[in-house]
Structures are given as structure tokens and as C-alpha cells.
Design a binder for this molecule. Structure first.
Ligand code: MN
Length: 199
């Protein structure tokens, strides 16, 4: 069963001015599409091609590097499109807000800590908000297309929010200003979707 590129749940220009249409078009249609194609090629004809993407991530140390890079790329971007939305942003509510306050003190401190993880990731990678096996929230970051589901991750957990800090995610609009992109990201976070993943 081959993996497929999920449709973007909004228009390319829906996240403007925070993320520009051309970046979204290339990011989804070229970058994510290439991860899907390369993942399918790497798994083709192997018994592993029947695994879910989550199962592949959980056993990533047993897979060759092309599966790690492209499987991670597919999982990470599939999550990324969903946790953003137009007319979003604001603050989380309910149990998710309580968990954020419990783990990080308050929402502002959470955002600062998350952005520090995102801006200090050297080179390409991701910042994550994860739910650990103990049910508690934590912030982590991973290089390249690794993610916290992977058995090789330093800090493991279920990602409920992720921010792509590869240059391809922001360079057209923000050039070298990664911190500005990370700040703008909060305007497009779909907290309803993050809360669903937390629950
Ligand atoms: Mn990307």
C-alpha cells in the first residue's frame, strides 16, 4: 500500500501574510511530494511497505537511511499542514491549556521555550511539543526529518505540535530571519487540532 500526498486542507495563500503562498505551494507540492515518492521507492517490494508511517517511525533504527529521511519527512509534514489553519492562532483552552501551564508555567513562557528550541536547532530540523508516555508535555527538537516517534530520538513522545525550521519552510519570505518566522507561526497554529492530538 503506497503512501500518498495528503491534500492541503486550505488554499496555498490561506496562511498569508505569515506564510506566503509560493512557499506553501513548493513546500507541499515539491518537498513533501518528494518525500512521499522517495519513501515509496525505498519500501517498494519489501515487507515493510505494509507498515503504517507511525510503525515505521517507531522502528526506524531497523530501516535504511532513505526510509528514515523520507518517512520522517512524510510524517512530519502531514502533521505540520494539519496543525496550522487560517484565522487561527490565539491560545489553547481546556485540558491542553492546563497541561501547558503545568509543564511550562504559562502560555507565554511555553512559547518562548518552544521558539528557543526552534531557533537554536542548528541547520535543518524541527521543534516539537510532545506528550510523553507519562502524559506530560515537553518541548524537544530533532535534526533533519527525525521526529520524537522514532526509536532513535533523544527525547521520545507523541508530537502534538511541530514547527519545520528547514530553510525551505521560510526562506522565500523571511530569508535568514528564522526567529521572525517562528514568531509569526503562532498566528496560524490550529489549537483545536493540537488539542485533539493531545486528547
Ligand atoms: Mn519542510
Amino acid at each position: 500500500m503506497a503512501f500518498t500526498l495528503p491534500a492541503l486542507p486550505y488554499a496555498f495563500n490561506a496562511l498569508e501574510p505569515h506564510i506566503d503562498a509560493r512557499t506553501m505551494e513548493i513546500h507541499h507540492g515539491k518537498h513533501h511530494n518528494a518525500y512521499v515518492t522517495n519513501l515509496n521507492n525505498a519500501l517498494s517490494g519489501k515487507p515493510e511497505e505494509n507498515l503504517s508511517i507511525e510503525e515505521i517511525c517507531a522502528t526506524i533504527s531497523k530501516h535504511p537511511m532513505p526510509v528514515r529521511n523520507n518517512g520522517g519527512g512524510h510524517y512530519n509534514h502531514s502533521l505540520f499542514w494539519m496543525i496550522m489553519a487560517p484565522n487561527a492562532g490565539g491560545a489553547p483552552a481546556g485540558a491542553l491549556a492546563d497541561a501547558i501551564n503545568a509543564a511550562f508555567g504559562n502560555f507565554e513562557d511555553f512559547k518562548t521555550k518552544f521558539n528557543t528550541a526552534a531557533t537554536s536547532r542548528f541547520g535543518s530540523g524541527w521543534a516539537w511539543l510532545i506528550k510523553g508516555a507519562d502524559g506530560k508535555l515537553a518541548i524537544t527538537s530533532t535534526p533533519n526529518q527525525d521526529n520524537p516517534l522514532m526509536d532513535i530520538a533523544e527525547v521520545k513522545g507523541t508530537p502534538i505540535l511541530g514547527l519545520d525550521v528547514w530553510e525551505h519552510a521560510y526562506y522565500l519570505h523571511y530569508q535568514n530571519r528564522r526567529p521572525d518566522y517562528c514568531t509569526a507561526f503562532w498566528n496560524v497554529v490550529n489549537w483545536n487540532e493540537v488539542a485533539k492530538r493531545f486528547a
